[in-house]
Ligand binder design. Structure first.
Ligand code: GDD
Ligand code: MG
Length: 333
């Protein structure tokens, strides 16, 4: 079974982390997120992945020079300009010559779903498309789904205003689709699968959904990306684990690492305290710094104190600075 992996978004909400690195290449548990997504798909029977890119393919090509990711062969479909989710799926499916049942995955979603279960359910219900669903507390930030008793989707509303949601089940970002869905997508312009294609399929009663309660996380915002990392450390993932300090990191003396990850090649000075934080590859933290609930890819000076901060790879925090809920450098608008 082939899968189209949507990795063409701009990662706006994770800036400045995504100024120079696309969101799916950011590490989770010391491995690029995309590798975790592909490995999970492979466990469910996916044998080839088409990367649907609307922007900057170079970092992916550099990271996977043999065109293999987590043991799965990769091909690329690079849109001339971002075509939005459905436009990207159509473009990728045509480039790859997909003409049978296939899987689509949002590249920023980490989950323990066994995708073969979704495929089975899809075939058993004779659906044209089947969505993986999960229950969340704040559905209005997602595609909200109302289901009929037979598992068919009665309503799909993308990001409804808070308070108007009729269900706490949301689109979890993994789909099984028949090739007929591709023919529904107009060519050559931006098309949102969530706003155009799914609602049209609902009217035709051909869209189904399967809710599961296994691990699920959309990593698109800093607190969630941070949590996704700590969840691997905490052993909350079925098939994943990681060490706190990556092998090539350098850590000084009297350092307290509490519930935190130190990435490959990161340098940590003496007497530093890290709490509920992630240092990304190449981060540099000076002596006596205290870092809490933060993500750091750049440089933090001696004795600086950070809380709820995001420091990009070109971010520099001055010695003795005290920052709360800051992003450095400021996200590019
Ligand atoms: N190739 C390509 N081209 N990919 C794109 C484009 C594009 O123009 N636009 C977005 N993507 C990719 C993003 O990289 C991401 O992997 C995926 O499509 C979804 O886009 P997001 O920007 O992350 O959407 P979202 O998180 O607001 O909402 C989506 O995911 C939720 C679950 O996490 C929707 O599918 C919601 O319905 C869903 O609930
Ligand atoms: Mg997202």
């Amino acid at each position: 079974m082939r899968a189209v992996l949507l990795v063409g978004g701009f990662g706006t909400r994770l800036r400045p982390l995504t100024h120079y690195i696309p969101k799916p290449m950011l590490p989770v548990g010391h491995r690029p997120m995309i590798e975790l997504v592909v490995a999970q798909l492979a466990l469910g029977g996916v044998t080839e992945v088409v990367l649907a890119l609307g922007f900057r393919p170079e970092p992916f090509r550099a990271a996977f020079p043999d065109d293999v990711c987590a043991g799965v062969p990769l091909t690329y479909a690079v849109e001339p300009e971002p075509l939005d989710t459905a436009g990207a799926i159509r473009f990728a499916a045509e480039q790859a010559g997909i003409d049978e049942t296939f899987v689509v995955v949002n590249g920023d979603v980490l989950c323990d779903l066994d995708v073969s279960r979704l495929v089975q359910f899809h075939r058993a219900s004779g659906a044209e498309g089947t969505l993986h669903l999960t229950a969340v507390e704040n559905p209005s930030a997602f595609g909200v789904v109302e289901l009929d008793d037979n598992g068919s989707v009665r309503r799909f509303v993308e990001k409804p205003p808070p308070g108007t949601e009729q269900s706490n089940l949301i689109n979890a970002g993994t789909y099984v689709l028949e090739p007929s869905v591709i023919a529904r997508i107009p060519a050559g312009r931006k098309v949102s699968i969530e706003r155009e294609t799914f609602p049209a399929m609902v009217l035709d009663h051909t869209l189904f959904g399967l809710a599961t309660d296994d691990y699920w996380m959309d990593t698109g915002q800093p607190p969630l990306y941070l949590r996704a990392n700590l969840d691997v450390l905490d052993g909350h993932r079925r098939h994943l684990s990681c060490r706190a300090v990556a092998e090539s990191a350098q850590v000084g003396g009297d350092v307290r690492i509490e519930h935190s990850l130190v990435g490959e090649g990161a340098t940590v000075g003496n007497r530093v305290t890290l709490r509920d934080s992630v240092l990304l590859p190449g981060a540099r933290v000076g002596d006596d710094a205290v870092i809490e609930s933060s993500i750091v890819a750049g440089t933090v000076g001696n004795s600086a104190r950070l809380s709820d901060c995001v420091i990009g790879s070109d971010g520099r925090v001055a010695a003795a600075a005290v920052l709360v809920a800051s992003r450095v450098p400021a996200p590019i608008a």
